[in-house]
Design a protein around this ligand. Structure first.
Ligand code: GLU
Length: 304
């Protein structure tokens, strides 16, 4: 068993809410219970949406919750070279191709195919699969897009990548302490974007590079990212990166059963604090027992 290293990896694109609090508390408690390390990672590759004041708010809210983490904190925007290196390796393997298509063009291609072939398949998040518009551009077509200065994303040739990596799975931990082998199904995502038009990386690429660099042994995150783990396992296999264990925890919903969003102030940690809530109230609200004040309080976390 590797030395346990866990991380909480928020994006500074809004205020933290109860869902983040739950994820951070579960991860922190689990790290402490296992005698492991707790790291914080700032996932800020999206330059258009991430803001320094949200990053400052993350530190403030987590400290208020009573969490402590190691320094320095890894901030993804400081490590673009690491992602470029991984991207270059995938490119050398012939697994990437440029896609110059705009969202509107992709949308129109899907609509056209649906008109002729019926329902177009969707990825596990419910988005239509990329219709492989620019997968087989001729050298002339590619040169013409380049000459026009059209920005491009780099997409993964999923068929080729899956053929190269072979069958994959991951180990999923559950709250009752059991583990299960989950078969990875990256093909359900189609030719995913590995480097975006605006930054030479993507969530998927950065997360696997960082989890490896930070020697993360247990990836704890919400169930909304369960299916993305198929892509992560594929990238780990292709890049020769270690395989962490995974724990996709339950999600916190609002009173109407909807997923929490960063734009909803009423479940934001800052708003709750300003309304008089204390960290124990937050624990209660997300279904975690308050620390007992004794030395073994971290054992109260009902995970694993
Ligand atoms: N940055 C992601 C988020 O805020 C979490 C990524 C992860 O834990 O793998 O949803």
């Amino acid at each position: 068993m590797p030395h346990p290293v866990l991380r909480f990896a928020p994006s500074p694109n809004g205020e933290l809410h109860l869902g983040h609090a739950y994820s951070a508390l579960v991860t922190h408690n689990l790290a402490r219970r296992m005698g492991g390390r707790f790291l914080l990672r700032i996932e800020d590759i999206d330059r258009a949406r991430c803001r320094p004041h949200y990053e400052a708010a993350i530190y403030r809210d987590l400290a208020w919750l009573g969490l402590d983490w190691e320094h320095p904190v890894r901030r993804q925007s400081d490590h673009m070279d690491a992602y470029r290196g991984a991207l270059a390796r995938l490119d050398e393997m012939g697994l990437l191709y440029p896609c110059f298509a705009t969202r509107a063009e992709i949308h129109a291609a899907v609509a056209q195919r649906e008109a002729t072939h019926g329902r177009w398949p969707c990825d596990p998040d419910g988005a239509p699969l990329y219709p492989q518009l620019h997968k087989r551009l001729t050298p002339d077509e590619r040169a013409s897009f380049e000459a026009k200065g059209r920005p491009f994303a780099l997409r993964l040739d999923m068929e080729k990548a899956v053929a190269l990596a072979g069958r994959l799975s991951w180990t999923e931990l559950s709250e009752d302490g059991n583990t299960a082998m989950v078969p990875a199904e990256p093909e359900r995502w189609g030719d995913v974007v590995i480097a975006r038009k605006d930054v030479p990386t993507s969530y998927h690429l950065s997360v696997v590079v960082d989890d490896a660099v930070q020697t993360i042994s247990h990836v704890t995150r919400g169930r909304d990212l369960f299916h993305a783990t198929s892509i992560h396992r594929l990238l780990q296999a292709l890049l020769g990166l270690p395989e962490p264990l995974y724990y996709h925890h339950r999600l916190i919903h609002d009173g109407d059963g909807a997923k929490l969003s960063k734009s909803r102030g009423d479940t934001g940690l800052r708003a709750l604090r300003e309304a008089g809530a204390d960290p124990n109230d937050i624990r209660r609200m997300v279904g975690l027992p308050a620390p007992t004040g004794g030395g073994n309080s971290l054992r109260d976390t009902p995970v694993l």
